[in-house]
Design a protein around this ligand. Structure first.
Ligand SMILES: *[C@@H]1O[C@H](CO)[C@@H](O)[C@H](O)[C@H]1NC(C)=O
Ligand SMILES: *[C@@H]1O[C@H](CO)[C@@H](O)[C@H](O)[C@H]1NC(C)=O
Ligand SMILES: *[C@@H]1O[C@H](CO)[C@@H](O)[C@H](O)[C@H]1NC(C)=O
Length: 368
């Protein structure tokens, strides 16, 4: 097994109760906040990596505040002020969270269709991802110390986790992985810690009739100065150690401990997409929207947009009135219906392949 998997398991044995369990109802001991966000828009824009570009190179699925735009200048944009709604369940959160779409490549004729997303079934009160969307976690970096303080990110902050150019195993991003769900796991999302030995950095090598759960864990240490960096990564760092969740000892270069952000994105690969006859040499008939048929290039983008000190208050109250999917004593919540109603028209107008078969992945993406 991979070295980080071994280390992860060791940590989890030491303090299993603090570790997020997929769909688990253990709010009493949960040392994280998690909530659902419905789809805002699916389009080729990327204000982090390609500000101002319309369309940007590859397809994204975006959730959060509707002030999302092709340019989001950290010095002038203030999402809580410019958003009139958010697709996330907590209304003080107008951050934007986005990831790349996945395409199913028809083994019969080579055309593409966007893999539908599905709800993270067991997260009660957060069942608002039917049209896509994702589950967001803000976690106390794993330490076994429940009182460990975190500093919420500040306005303008943004970051990128993962690397779309990767096509093989990298030790840089141990917290980016995929889990293959069997039919019975479709609702629960499967049990166990994120990116444990049930998960793989690459796409699962077998049919997943219950869907695929993609996980993206962001760094938990910040340099405390820069809200961004040229590569959108070097102002943040994972704590030294063998895995993404070992966040209790930040390096001196990145001394500020921030809440550890994690995404879970559920893809519905039931039906033809999990037909065993489409599995050639253990390979999924799937391609990420940036042309990656391996899954190693999975990545996520984060743009902070919490109102005032709402995130800090939630983090200060983790385990004390704010845990798992229940933080209504601290944060303002809206109905799932209202979150779902918050959408945004495509700025990069095109057929994203939800129902039509496309002859190419939008952006004329080469599969390589
Ligand atoms: C979610 O809600 C349903 C229906 O109210 C209930 O049966 C189920 O046990 C709940 N699940 C969790 C994890 O709380
Ligand atoms: C995007 O931002 C520009 C200003 O840069 C603004 O004029 C425009 O209305 C915004 N578009 C949307 C759809 O919010
Ligand atoms: C391509 O194959 C898919 C099934 O894999 C089928 O649904 C679709 O109609 C086909 N398109 C064409 C143009 O033959």
């Amino acid at each position: 097994m991979f070295w980080q998997t071994v280390a992860l398991s060791a940590l989890f044995v030491r303090n299993a109760s603090a570790v997020p369990q997929a769909g688990g109802g253990n709010s009493g001991s949960a040392d994280f906040l998690r909530f659902g966000c419905s789809q805002l828009v699916v389009e080729r824009t990327d204000p982090l990596v390609n500000p101002g570009l319309l369309p940007s190179p590859h397809m994204h699925q975006v959730v959060g505040g509707n002030s999302f735009n092709i340019t989001m200048d950290p010095d002038s944009i203030d999402p809580p002020k410019t958003s009139t709604c958010t697709s996330c369940i907590y209304t003080e959160d107008t951050s934007n969270y986005w990831t790349a779409s996945i395409y199913f490549k028809s083994p019969e004729n080579g055309t593409y269709k966007r893999v539908p997303q599905m709800a993270n079934g067991r997260l009660n009160n957060t069942l608002l991802e039917q049209d896509g969307g994702l589950t967001v976690y803000y976690m106390r970096p794993f330490s076994g110390t429940k009182t460990m303080k975190m500093t919420a990110m500040r306005p303008g902050f943004r970051m990128l986790a993962g690397d779309p150019t990767l096509r093989s195993k990298s030790t840089k991003y141990p917290g980016i992985c995929h889990r293959c769900l069997q039919k019975g796991d479709r609702v629960s999302g499967g049990s166990g810690a994120p990116c444990d030995s049930k998960d793989t950095a690459e796409f699962p090598n077998k049919p997943c009739p219950g869907g695929i759960r993609a996980t993206v864990i962001f760094p938990s240490c910040w340099d405390g100065k820069n809200v961004d960096s040229p590569d959108h990564r070097s102002h943040v760092a994972y704590a030294p150690g063998s895995n993404a969740l070992a966040g209790d000892k930040c390096p001196s270069t990145h001394p500020v401990r921030i809440p550890q952000v994690m995404y879970e994105i559920m893809y519905d690969t039931s039906g033809a997409m999990s037909d065993p006859k489409y599995f050639q040499n253990g390979k999924q008939p799937l391609v990420y929207s940036f042309g990656d048929p391996t899954g190693y290039g999975a990545h996520g983008d984060y743009l902070f947009g919490w109102k005032d000190d709402a995130l800090q208050r939630a983090m200060d109250n983790l385990g004390k009135g704010c845990a798992s999917e229940d933080c209504t004593k601290i944060l303002k919540i809206q109905s799932g219906k209202d979150a779902i109603a918050c959408t945004k028209a495509q700025q990069a107008k095109e057929d994203v392949g939800n129902s039509n078969w496309l002859t190419e992945i939008p952006g004329n993406i080469m599969v390589q």
